[in-house]
Design a protein around this ligand. Structure first.
Ligand code: GLN
Ligand code: ZN
Length: 789
């Protein structure tokens, strides 16, 4: 495919921008619409206002509004769902409810489900905390191009002078991110439908071109995963798909301007990591006008492939869009200038961009008024990152002297950060340096089991919960009142003690064997810990979309971690003082604390994990000193951080398991360590979970009806295990017979001496009525099973 020399592509761009609005306006508009408080038209008006404001801001920050530099990811709920809608790829099981094109209401049905139609599955988008809706593809899925919504949005913004770049997931990634529908035959792979889906994309591109789109963005991030790389490795699939699409884009040109394709490949190096740039080269040769390389997680294209970029633009994704740190502009400019020399001598052009969409970071640092004084100048959220991109593009075009002032500011911020007292705390470093293998090793499992049985005196099939009890409106109001100063700290603490006493008494009445304090003092299982560690700062407005209308507010880990004082002990030991039953102390593990935070970029994650582990180790020692004999360290995110590439996984699993072992390594033989994971599809991490060496592991299992217990048995998992018998993700109360049935299934695979009876997860999101009834059934079922042993 020949590239005629045209007006050059944009000099700077970002792959996407947060969609939820600086004040989470889109969240409110969506929830009002779903609750029936606003019409669909009102929702569109609200969403358009958010998008217009964002596009204006992007223009003000330096992106060119006229040549396709403005990203056009305008999804209300999810960008993968948006692509499903544009392809009309409606799963068979929705066919009755969605007979025609996927309009807004139909898209929400796919996203949220109803009584007859369970929603599309939500799953993690690459290794981020964003969750997308998984397309369900079968041999009979029909793909029909439906660009209506994209065209409407495009025209509405064009009318305001914003030539945005419609954005979809590209065909390869769309099928790689999909799963086979439940009714698809054994061995069917969504990628088998590549030719059919490409035909629908070709039609979409033609129509978008006819509607006046100058550029269309097709995200091919899945080429950075193991499976995507394997698909790209054959050396012709990428070329075949994209020469069809580039031709289709040109066909749109007959009635309007010629739309050009921009195909970003973020979240790592696309294709074979030993041949960086080969995928970009193939795309460019196929006729893609702008390709992209993730220069943060991936590596720069190798010189031998740059020749393929003749006539094309390479967008150097050098600004990190996954973290909140200010870019090292001087180092970035150097890297870009040497890349530019190579790219231009090969006949291509270099533009500057982000590594991925900015959807993973909050809007702006300038909204934060209560960060510690040293921190704001180290940070860059989405807006600040757009400025960095524009600045670097200016530096590339005009030379370093043109941005000397910005380079100086960047240098100064880096120096201030490196020299700041909390960045490196010698005592923390010394303590880490002094650690040895013995610090990660508890006594052997058999002696622990004997000592714990003697110390705890629990019945077989002991019953317990995962930690939190319902967070009622009262609990949330008290927390908000305390934060706003409407009640004093003493009053708030008094309230929390009452709440704990109530929860302990309820558990006594229910007859549970191992009690918890209920976690009423915790807003969130990570944020609460971040607030009590030094080296961590929570934000006020740092919302990031998690899925749909849901956003989280990760805290920022900026320095070496210390724990100024014991913070869980007062609540947990108060609870323990109210009962003669064993009371289980509750902590969040190091990997989960890091996975749900913004982490440092100036230290390996492994080092931060060790520091958090030491802080937890001190807390565990204090809990033991306070007489607590059972301590649970939750690690629901252990599997989440698993790297995308197999070659990186072993090292991650080593340090993540070690950080858990470091946290609990000081526990006495008679102290029982529990852990909790929110899933049961262990796959490649089962060995790692075993290596955590926890005395008891509770997991989710009710929905899959204990499928996991057979796997655990064949693996030879020998320590305590609590597969959940109560699905807490639904308000439904399981009957005693249902719970008893699940207990029986578990007992066919596992020994009664290792089995624990507990819910799937914490009860925080449930109401009291259903929780009490379900726990009553759970305790009765356990008692019944005991008599049959
Ligand atoms: N202990 C936590 C709770 O019960 C665990 C939550 C989780 O696993 N996500 O809420
Ligand atoms: Zn859980």
């Amino acid at each position: 495919m020949s590239q005629q020399p045209l007006t050059p592509a944009f000099a700077s761009t970002v792959l996407g921008y947060p969609r939820i609005g600086a004040a989470r306006e889109l969240k409110r508009a969506l929830e009002a619409h779903w609750a029936g408080r606003s019409s669909e038209e009102e929702l569109h008006v609200a969403a358009h206002a958010v998008q217009s404001a964002d596009l204006r801001r992007l223009t003000d920050l330096g992106l060119d509004p006229s040549n396709g530099a403005l990203p056009g990811d305008v999804a209300y709920y999810d960008q993968v769902l948006e692509t499903t809608a544009a392809l009309t790829a409606v799963p068979e099981r929705f066919a009755g409810a969605i007979p025609g094109p996927v309009d807004t209401a139909a898209a929400f049905l796919l996203a949220r489900g109803d009584a007859e139609h369970p929603a599309l599955e939500l799953t993690k988008y690459f290794d981020t905390n964003y969750h997308y809706l998984v397309p369900e593809i079968s041999p009979s899925t029909t793909f029909v191009a439906n660009p209506d919504r994209l065209v409407q949005v495009l025209l509405a913004h064009q009318a305001q002078g914003h030539a945005l770049r419609p954005t979809l997931v590209g065909p390869l990634s769309y099928l790689l991110l999909a799963k086979a529908a439940a009714d698809a035959p054994e061995g069917f792979d969504p990628v088998d439908r590549l030719d059919d889906v490409v035909a629908a994309y070709a039609e979409l591109l033609t129509q978008l071109g006819a509607a006046g789109a100058q550029w269309v963005q097709l995200d091919e991030h899945a080429l950075s995963t193991e499976r995507g790389a394997a698909l790209a490795a054959d050396g012709h699939t990428v070329a075949r798909v994209y020469s069809v699409l580039a031709r289709a884009a040109e066909a749109g040109a007959e009635s309007a301007g010629r739309p050009r394709l921009f195909v970003p490949t973020g979240y790592g190096s696309a294709g074979d990591p030993a041949r960086p740039g080969h995928v970009q080269g193939e795309l460019a040769r196929a006729g893609v006008a702008a390709v992209h390389a993730d220069l943060v997680r991936g590596v720069a294209p190798r010189a031998q492939y740059l020749g393929d970029l003749v006539g094309a633009t390479l967008v150097g994704g050098i600004v990190n869009s996954r973290n909140v740190w200010r870019n090292d502009l001087r180092a970035s400019l150097d890297a870009l200038i040497s890349l530019q020399a190579q790219v231009t001598s090969a006949g291509g052009a270099l533009a500057v961009g982000t590594a991925t969409s900015l959807q993973h970071v909050p809007h702006t640092v300038s909204a934060e008024q209560n960060l510690p004084a040293h921190l704001p100048q180290w940070l860059a959220f989405a807006d600040e990152k757009v400025t960095e991109v524009a600045t670097l593009a200016r530096g590339v075009a005009e030379g370093a002297q043109a941005i000397e002032q910005e380079l100086g500011q960047s240098d100064a911020a880096r120096e201030a950060r490196a020299g700041f007292a909390g960045t490196r705390i010698q005592a923390v470093r010394d303590r880490l340096a002094a650690l040895g293998a013995a610090d990660l090793q508890r006594s052997d499992a058999a002696s622990r089991s004997t000592a714990q049985a003697a110390a705890l005196g629990l019945p077989p099939l002991p019953t317990t919960t995962i930690g939190s009890f319902p967070q009622t409106g009262q609990v949330r109001t008290a927390r908000a009142d305390a934060r706003a100063g409407r009640i004093s700290e003493a009053e708030y603490h008094q309230f929390l003690r009452q709440e704990i006493a109530r929860v302990v008494e309820l558990q006594e009445q229910l007859g549970l064997d191992v009690l918890v304090h209920g976690e009423p003092e915790r807003n969130d299982m990570v944020q609460y810990f971040a607030e009590h560690f030094d080296g961590y700062a929570p934000t006020e407005f740092g919302w990031v979309q998690s899925y749909g209308s849901r956003a989280t507010r990760p805290a920022i880990l900026w320095g070496d971690v210390t724990r100024p004082e014991a913070f869980t002990v007062p609540w947990i030991s108060y609870a323990a003082s109210l009962t003669n039953k064993p009371l289980k102390g509750m902590l969040t593990g190091p990997v989960t604390i890091l996975a749900w935070s913004f982490v440092r970029d100036d230290e390996p994650l492994e080092v931060s994990a060790q520091q958090v582990a030491l802080a937890l180790r001190d807390e565990i020692e204090d809990l033991q000193d306070a007489g607590i004999r059972i301590i649970q360290v939750d690690e629901p995110a252990l599997r989440e951080l698993l790297p995308l590439r197999a070659t990186d996984q072993a090292d991650y699993l080593r340090w993540s398991v070690d950080s858990f072992r470091l946290a609990v390594g000081g526990a006495e033989t008679a102290t029982q360590i529990h852990t909790h994971l929110c899933y049961s599809e262990f796959g490649e991490v089962l060995t790692a979970i075993d290596a955590l060496d926890a005395d008891v592991t509770s997991i989710e299992a009710a929905r899959s009806r204990m499928e996991v217990t057979a796997d655990l048995a064949s693996f030879g998992f020998s320590r305590g295990i609590g597969p959940g018998v109560y699905d807490i993700h639904s308000p439904r109360v399981p009957s005693q017979a249902e719970v008893a049935e699940l207990v029986d299934i578990a007992l066919t695979d596992l020994s009664p001496h290792q089995l624990w009876i507990n819910p799937d997860c914490g009860l925080k999101t449930r109401g009291y009525a259903e929780t009490e009834a379900a726990l009553r059934h759970l305790v009765q079922a356990a008692q019944l099973a005991r008599t049959a042993l």
